[in-house]
Design a protein around this ligand. Structure first.
Ligand code: TEU
Ligand code: CA
Length: 568
């Protein structure tokens, strides 16, 4: 059995390859583009790069629909480019973590092509096929149950030639694999070995908590009651998921040194302990979704809303995970990924006056908690949400489907409302191309980018930010340096201070010898925080300059954050 890599000391940088850097002018980011920017990533101080999917894909869901697990998407490059990327990353001390998308494949994957070809094909049982539950008076087949998919109304798609439905929790082009079939599991373990043997250092596992389905396929009571949100919550954390993950560890992960993080929507602290508990033999950590759902639609229309979460709700939720996992499992820490709006626009203030200050405040609040921080491309320069005027300016399948459901079909939101919600929460906020410079197309591509650039790139770009000692990039460097310097950031316990204070987010981290105090102001107005005076405190980081006059008790200015350390 091989030892896991030291995931407690990792800092992970996530790349969405399509939007990172285009080396050949076709408008699509690619692997050579990533290689060109490896120094930029290494200089931040991170230890690992997580690549969103780079496998062959028809791109119904931008690579999260895989048609060949052993091939690189043609637009992204070749296996040779991939080997070069691993090698160049290693030279800079960076590990590569792959996205493992095995809850479903593309419908264009060979397995599904075989599976749908006939009921007695040997691959039939690789997917989840069911008979209709009946027929309408017009003779239309009725799905086996009422489950709603994340990207289309029903989670079941009728296959006319073989007269059965197949299950797809996401788009109709993303059929769910049947993990109850041991052959499917063996195929997955095989492809994992393929990449581990090629030099990757672990996996971020896409909706891995959805792989085991309840064999009863019960109706979703929320849908029965008229709800419109996806049934993922009901399907998540199914009966055999822990058995499968332990088998995966025995069959594959035990033979390698890896970092594993599960993407686990609809997961509570208790589930988190079960997936990522230190002695469970499953995953190193999981991504909780709880803090990402707090600002959802109050009427049960999913994430489509533009309201703000209040500070106590947000910090109490994060504290709940910090305390719940303490000493028993490990947290992942994130504000952003390719599915979420930009954090500076969401929990901070992206106006020119406050953008940098609130971005660095949010970064500090997150990185000083206990867990492994994840940085999503562009977060390290404070990239913001975008507000394109037309629906046609957007690409994301989730946004397009939500518009069709909520505006066209059910007429619950007006066009204007829905555009507003897309601006606030749409996934394309995270997917506009990386803003490298003030030159044409933000230096992302010499051609026409696959998705429009955020028009603020002339002022907001890496070239400018990296050079600015008061910018966001250099601040992230300092945060990561602190983590390497002070063990309390890794090992300390966690205690939330003033849990009900509506404006500030403050906490302590303690070991036997050290106390770290973090105080952050989530508003533009001056706020005081109640803290225990400790004469030993010295300021080790802040996003304002005049450090001399400051004490832990002095009021925090707009979006100010401070990190204090006392050692005995
Ligand atoms: O996301 C899983 C998931 O639960 C999504 O529904 C997610 O909650 C949603 O995008 C947020 O609005 C993963 C990937 O991260 C996502 O990009 C994929 O589209 C999805 O799986 C299917 O593979
Ligand atoms: Ca390209």
């Amino acid at each position: 059995m091989t030892q896991d890599i030291d995931f407690r000391r990792s800092v992970v940088y996530q790349i969405y390859p399509r939007s990172f850097a285009d080396s050949n002018g076709d408008g699509v980011g690619d692997l050579p583009g990533i290689i060109q920017h490896l120094d930029y990533i290494a200089d931040l101080g991170v230890t690992d790069i997580w690549l969103s999917p780079i496998y062959a894909s028809p791109n119904d869901d931008n690579g999260y629909d895989i048609s060949d697990y052993r091939a690189i998407m043609a637009e992204f490059g070749t296996l040779d480019d991939f080997d070069r990327l691993v090698h160049e990353a290693q030279k800079r001390g960076l590990r590569i973590i792959m996205d493992l998308v095995v809850n479903h494949t593309s419908d264009e994957h060979e397995w599904f092509q075989q599976s749908r070809s006939s009921r007695d094909n040997p691959y039939r049982d690789y997917y989840i096929w069911r008979d209709p539950s009946g027929y309408t008076t017009e003779g239309k087949p009725i799905p086996p149950n009422n489950w709603i998919s994340c990207f289309s109304p029903s989670a079941w798609e009728w296959d006319e030639p073989t007269q059965q439905f197949y299950l797809h929790l996401f788009s109709t082009k993303q059929p769910d694999l049947n993990w109850d079939n041991p052959k499917v599991r063996a195929e997955v373990y095989d492809l994992m070995r393929f990449w581990l043997d090629r030099g990757v250092s672990g996996f971020r596992m896409d909706v891995i908590n959805a792989i085991s389905k309840d064999p009863e396929f019960p109706d979703d009571p929320r849908v029965t009651a008229g709800g419109r949100e996806s049934s993922l919550y009901l399907i998540a954390n199914g009966p055999r998921v822990h058995e499968f993950l332990r088998e995966m560890r025995r069959e594959v992960l035990d033979d390698y040194s890896t970092l594993t993080v599960g993407e686990t929507p609809d997961t509570t602290v208790a589930d988190g302990l079960a997936y990522a508990g230190f002695n469970r033999g499953e995953l190193n950590m999981v991504f909780t979704f709880e803090h990402m759902m707090l600002d959802g639609n109050p009427d049960g229309y999913g994430k489509w809303w533009d309201g703000k979460v209040d500070v106590p709700t947000l910090k109490q939720n994060l504290a709940h995970w910090q305390e719940g996992l303490a000493g028993k499992a490990w947290n992942s820490l994130y504000w952003n990924n390719h599915d979420q709006p930009r954090v500076v626009s969401r929990f901070g203030d992206d106006s020119p006056q406050w953008r940098v200050t609130s971005a660095t405040m949010l970064a500090t609040t997150l990185h000083m908690m206990c867990g492994t921080p994840y940085i999503y491309q562009g977060e390290e320069i404070g990239m913001t949400n975008v507000a394109f005027p037309e629906l046609s300016d957007y690409d994301d399948i989730e946004q397009r489907n939500a518009y069709a459901q909520y505006v066209d079909k059910a007429k619950i939101f007006s066009h204007e409302q829905m555009m507003h919600y897309i601006h606030a929460r749409g996934r394309d906020n995270a997917r506009t191309p990386m803003q490298w410079s003030a030159t044409k197309n933000a230096g992302f591509s010499t051609g026409t980018p696959w998705l429009k650039i955020n028009p603020n790139y002339r002022e907001l770009n890496a070239e400018r930010d990296v050079a600015d000692p008061r910018g966001v990039y250099q601040y992230y460097q300092r945060l990561i340096e602190l983590r390497k310097k002070y063990p309390v950031i890794i090992d300390g316990d966690f205690q939330l201070l003033s849990p009900d204070d509506p404006y500030t987010f403050s906490y302590l981290r303690r070991t036997k010898t050290d106390t770290l105090l973090v105080t952050s102001n989530f508003t533009e107005h001056e706020r005081s925080v109640a803290v225990d005076s400790n004469p030993g405190y010295r300021l080790i980081l802040s996003n304002y300059e005049d450090k001399e006059k400051t004490t832990p008790e002095s009021p925090l200015r707009g979006y100010e954050t401070r990190v204090w350390l006392a050692s005995t």
